[in-house]
Design a protein around this ligand. Structure first.
Ligand SMILES: [Zn+2]
Length: 430
């Protein structure tokens, strides 16, 4: 069966109709043939006063098409017209005979040789009808045969994250500030996910530029090639999430450790997705000294497994080097050395081996661990309690590693704790 055409009604058209003192008026639509879409583009608000509808620039698909289709809006108080619309939508193929449509709309619509598109407006819908799914505006196609319901989408008053109000702790996440160190394939996905959780402020730290070979694994696209990853990502997140509080720091945390330490004092948590021993050690050390939790994310063993380490500044848990010392004592892989030597930079001599999807999975997982850490520790949200401090994720596990890295299956997640601070650890015992 062919998909039904669709009517899109921008907010501005809704308010022009709602504030008109008339009982009915003309409408003009744009028609986008490729998507079989009608968009209300002109509203007659008073006799012979036709006002252009403001279609926001970002809805570019709604701004194209041919501005030639004509129709009508009609005020139909009482809810009956729009209830009938909903009922007919639920019975595809059904139609309202002309005489019924005329009595429902209160006016006779003469379609002539062409289809007429009609929007019925009910400003005072009874509450029980709203609850039943009846909308304030309903779209109809009136032909010589009768009136058919058109699926109609109204631009909502509330858009963006505030739609999650009451479903997700937006106030708590809005007050949160997170630094993301490393804006590569994992970090770019993690930063975007954090913005999606409603994190109020993000500090993006990376002095690399987005190069052609990064494109396959990065959240950013070709438009950002050549730019600093941190700056381009900040722009993309601001645009997508309308968050004005995303700051780019195109610095190296090792060479500019003093700048990094000043950033870390501003934030509640650090998420580190940087490759290599040095930046991860700097994050572990600086976060501990600042009393700020850190979540470290990487892939190991040529992209076979993902690793998330949560470092909480507490006498119960040591730092990154305390964890590594314990794992070395147990004969496990030296994850830091694996990062530094084996895992690729994307250069030809050392290709990255992890697939884009696996890196995204690790990035999303790291963002979840970060947000859960904050909500549980600061707000006591028990639904956000993590099972441990160290997680290993199966991506393409080879089953040949020493515990805890010896995963059996893709998708497997193994959580464990991390040891208390080593005696004399310079990070944990200043
Ligand atoms: Zn330590």
């Amino acid at each position: 069966m062919r998909n039904a055409p669709h009517v899109m009604v921008p907010r501005d058209a809704l308010s022009k109709i709602a504030s008109s003192l008339e009982r009915s008026g003309d409408l003009a639509f744009r028609h986008v043939p490729s998507d079989d879409l009608f968009v209300v583009s002109v509203v007659e608000t008073a006799p012979s006063v036709r006002q252009q509808v403001d279609i926001p620039r970002q809805y570019s698909a709604l701004r194209s098409g041919d501005a030639l289709f004509h129709g009508k809006w009609v005020r139909t108080p009482g809810g009956l017209a729009n209830l009938t619309h909903l009922q007919l939508l639920q019975r595809p193929g059904t139609m309202l005979p002309h005489e019924d449509a005329t009595s429902l709309f209160g006016v006779s619509i003469n379609p002539g040789a062409q289809i007429s598109l009609v929007l019925t407006h009910d400003s005072a819908l009874p509450e029980e009808l709203r609850k039943a799914g009846v909308q304030e505006f309903a779209g109809w196609a009136v032909t010589r045969e009768g009136a058919f319901p058109y699926p109609t989408s109204l631009e909502p008053e509330i858009l963006g994250l505030s739609q999650l109000s009451g479903l997700w702790p937006l106030a708590e996440t809005a007050s949160l500030s997170i630094a993301v160190v490393g804006c590569g394939s994992i970090g770019s996905v993690a930063a975007d996910a954090l913005a999606g959780y409603g994190v109020g402020a993000l500090h993006l730290i990376d002095n690399d530029r987005l190069l052609w070979h990064n494109l396959i694994r990065h959240r950013l696209g070709p438009e950002s090639v050549g730019r600093f990853k941190s700056a381009a990502l900040a722009d993309a997140i601001q645009e997508r999430w309308t968050n004005d509080n995303v700051v780019s720091h195109p610095i190296d945390v090792v060479r500019s450790a003093d700048v990094f330490r000043s950033v870390i004092r501003e934030v509640n948590l650090v998420l580190c997705a940087a490759d290599g021993i040095a930046p991860r050690r700097v994050v572990s050390h600086a976060a501990r000294r600042a009393g700020v939790p850190a979540v470290l994310a990487c892939v190991l063993d040529q992209g076979a497994i993902g690793e998330i380490v949560r470092l909480r500044p507490s006498p119960r848990f040591g730092c990154l080097l305390c964890l590594r010392a314990q794992l070395a004592g147990e004969g496990a892989m030296d994850a830091e050395a694996d990062q530094e030597l084996a895992y690729g930079t994307g250069e030809v001599h050392q290709p990255m081996t992890a697939s884009p999807g696996d890196l995204q999975a690790v990035g999303i997982f790291a963002a979840k661990a970060a947000i859960a850490t904050h909500l549980e520790s600061r707000y006591g949200d028990s639904s956000q309690l993590l099972p441990g401090e160290h997680a290993v994720l199966g991506l393409r596990p080879q089953r040949d590693l020493v515990p805890p890295f010896n995963l059996e299956h893709a998708g497997e997640v193994r959580w464990s704790s991390i040891p208390p601070p080593r005696e004399g650890c310079p990070t944990c015992n200043p």
